[in-house]
Design a protein around this ligand. Structure first.
Ligand SMILES: Cc1ncc(COP(=O)(O)O)c(C=O)c1O
Length: 455
């Protein structure tokens, strides 16, 4: 029998997160405060984030110890398996060996608890009683409600309305773990009420839900905000995925030729790939590929520019790939990939050509997701089907070239809460949507103007 899973013992779990900021060829540009339009200080951001997370956000320190209390909760499902997708390889007739890191085994069904747990922990340490957050597809809101419950914090989730309606059981699981949830735009905040006044049928967007959660946190002393992606400390916490993957690949004497992840805000991709970016900088011959939806093509069609993180101009202004903060993406089923911006770290690495990005249409992704479900058994989250599609493209290239190639991708989550998306696909009701350049240009004309000192 051939080995399918490569497992680590709990004692082999990485004890540190890796900070790619330490190895960047070009340092990150500083964030700006949305009200003053000056460089944001940690003291200003301390209104919504604890200092410990801000230190991780801004520090170039290469490694951070994972606190024991965090390790203890992560050990409920970590280390996650590295699996060889042999049945998928066979179906594709490829000489490539395809491996995937299975992040769907977490209680919330995705990689998101890897950062929700430390974020809840550090907020608890700082004396915070309640977390306000947003969620797109519902994965992050579930993860944060789970993590808050583990550390005795209250949690309020603002969920993008289109996903709230598409995925009713996300609300149920968030309530089950003890958090409250509102469809966004909601009547709870000024940002939500303004959006509803403008359009009572507003489908919501991640940028708008972020505005609601930030406003909630900024107006209450006992409450902080938590973001599930984009920020440096979020990417940092996710690197446990790649650190485990390196150990697992070493165990079987394999080295990936290409490492693949889907990108919404960039965090699961950062998780699997940043430890490999470190190896690449040290000389490893590896390609690193980010896969985004053609309907929200942030890295492949967006501009590398300073932009607001949210629609209501409450979140910091950061230098990143962006489609413009006024961009409202179509209601595709990969709700977690509908963000107008991208992690500044992922964006910087793309500018420095250490990583590549491609945009793929929705139907090809569902086709790849269905093939994966029927060969490997796991029904992938619609977001994760983008990484699978990337792996299939690479595997078919290997077949054409007659080359053995080692492909590693991150299965960021399962799709058990997304079955209405599969129903729609199987009923032939889904279509492709390529975001028109004219609309990208229109949104990009509304970027904020900030000036770096000395420029
Ligand atoms: C399963 C899954 N994968 C990927 C993503 C995209 O986010 P990120 O790019 O931060 O990993 C999400 C976001 O909600 C998600 O739920």
């Amino acid at each position: 029998m051939e080995q399918v899973k490569v497992l680590l013992n709990e004692s082999e779990m990485p004890r540190q997160w890796y900070n790619v900021q330490a190895d960047l060829p070009t340092p990150l540009a500083p964030p700006f405060h949305p009200a003053t339009m000056e460089i944001a200080t940690p003291e200003q951001m301390n209104v919504i984030f604890p200092m410990s997370l801000l230190e991780q956000e801004m520090s170039p320190q290469m490694y951070w110890d994972i606190p024991d209390e965090v390790m203890q909760v992560l050990a409920l499902w970590r280390p996650t398996p590295l699996q060889r997708a042999m049945r998928l390889e066979k179906a594709l007739g490829t000489p490539a060996r395809i491996y995937f890191k299975n992040e769907s085994v977490s209680p919330a069904g995705s990689h998101k608890p890897n950062t929700a747990v430390p974020q809840a922990y550090y907020n608890k340490q700082a004396g915070i009683k309640r977390i306000a957050t947003e969620t797109g597809a519902g994965q992050w809101g579930s993860a944060m409600s789970l993590a808050c419950g583990m550390f005795g914090l209250d949690c309020t989730v603002y969920m993008v309305r289109v996903s709230f309606d598409q995925k009713p059981y996300r609300k149920s699981i968030i309530n089950t773990w003890g958090a409250e949830i509102f469809a966004s735009p909601s009547e709870q905040t000024n940002s939500g009420r303004a959006a509803l006044a403008d359009n009572p049928n507003h489908p919501g967007s991640l940028g708008l839900a972020i505005s609601e959660a930030v406003e909630d946190a900024a107006t209450r002393d006992d409450t902080n905000y938590a973001l599930g992606s984009v920020l440096n400390h979020v990417c940092l916490h996710q690197t446990i995925i790649g650190e485990e993957a390196i150990r697992q690949m070493n165990k079987i004497g394999e080295k990936p030729d290409v490492v693949i992840g889907c990108i919404g805000g960039g965090s699961n991709f950062a998780g699997i790939s940043f430890p490999y970016v470190r190896e690449k900088i040290k000389g490893m011959d590896v390609r690193i590929l980010a896969v985004e939806p053609a309907s929200c093509p942030t890295v492949t069609k967006g501009l590398y520019a300073y932009d607001y993180g949210d629609t209501a101009h409450l979140a910091p202004i950061v230098l990143m790939h962006t489609l413009g903060h006024t961009f409202v993406p179509p209601g595709i089923h990969a709700g977690g990939l509908r963000y107008h911006g991208m992690s500044p770290l992922v964006s910087r690495l793309a500018e420095d050509k250490l990583i590549e990005a491609i945009a793929v249409p929705q139907l090809e992704c569902f086709e790849a997701g269905l093939l994966f479900a029927r060969t490997e058994g796991i029904v992938p989250a619609p977001e994760s089907t983008h990484a699978i599609r990337g792996a299939v493209i690479e595997a078919m290239k290997a077949k054409e070239e007659g080359k053995e190639r080692v492909i590693l991708f991150n299965l960021s989550g399962h799709g058990h809460f997304d079955m209405s998306a599969y129903d729609a696909y199987l009923a032939g009701q889904l279509s492709n949507y390529e975001y028109p350049q004219a609309m990208v240009d229109e949104a990009l004309s509304k970027l904020p103007k900030v000036t770096l000192p000395g420029m």
